[in-house]
Design a protein around this ligand. Structure first.
Ligand code: E4P
Length: 215
């Protein structure tokens, strides 16, 4: 399973990249707006780190506008995945971009039928937003449990990218559901390697090591 950071912060991306557990990055207009930087310049810097998959989102809502932005974004770097919202116009734009060889991440997906349509038009990734469904009182991960077997039934190559992850249990559930990717905030990823028993065990080993005769 691949682990992505859901951020536009170069500092956060570099930190996880150096540890060696990062497979990709997803950004969105909200995350980009927090950085106070020019969009394309920021995306270029993220790609230059060497991240193999970087999702950058279009803001146009009509087909022509999405195609124009998508074509421009894909030229930035070979690691770019163009993020397109799940709308009828988004599906149309995705079909054209996919035919041209552009990898599309269909975003804002909240139902299995939407995911099915994204796969049919050739999206590379489909992004179900789990946390936002949880916020509505719906079990978000149930959506992932529906999408994974649908894609398997029809052998769609589209990868299931679990988005809007809020805590480590979402990552665990995404993995057991057979999702291909989970994208998460830095605050979630930094928790994944931690366990109090690991800290306790290490402290005990180091303490006992002091009793071993040296020299
Ligand atoms: C995914 O690609 C989105 O950027 C993201 O996961 C949205 O998460 P949020 O619901 O925490 O804003």
């Amino acid at each position: 399973m691949q682990l992505f950071l859901d951020t536009a912060s170069v500092t956060e991306i570099r930190t996880m990249w150096e540890i060696g557990i990062l497979d990709g990055v997803t950004t969105n207009p909200t995350l980009v707006s927090k950085e106070g930087r020019k969009f394309e310049e920021l995306i270029r810097e993220i790609c230059a780190i060497g991240i193999p998959s970087v999702s950058a989102e279009v803001v146009a809502t009509d087909v022509e506008g999405m195609l124009k932005e998508g074509r421009r974004l894909r030229e930035i770097h070979p690691a770019i995945y163009v993020k397109i919202p799940m709308t009828p116009a988004g599906l149309q734009a995705t079909k054209t971009l996919a035919k041209e060889g552009t990898r599309v991440n269909m975003t804002l997906v909240f139902s299995a039928n939407q995911a099915l349509l994204a796969a049919k038009v050739g999206a590379a990734y489909v992004s179900p937003f789990i946390g936002r469904l949880d916020d509505q009182g719906q079990v978000g991960m149930d959506l992932v449990r529906e999408i994974v077997p649908i894609f398997r039934n029809y052998r769609y190559a589209t990868k299931v990218l679990v988005a809007s992850v809020r805590h480590p249990i979402h990552v665990l559930e995404a993995a057991t559901a057979g999702a291909d990717i989970a994208t998460m905030p830095f605050a979630v990823m930094e928790k994944l390697p931690l366990h109090p028993l690991t800290d306790l065990g290490l402290a005990r080993f180091l303490k006992d090591w002091e009793k071993v005769p040296k020299g």
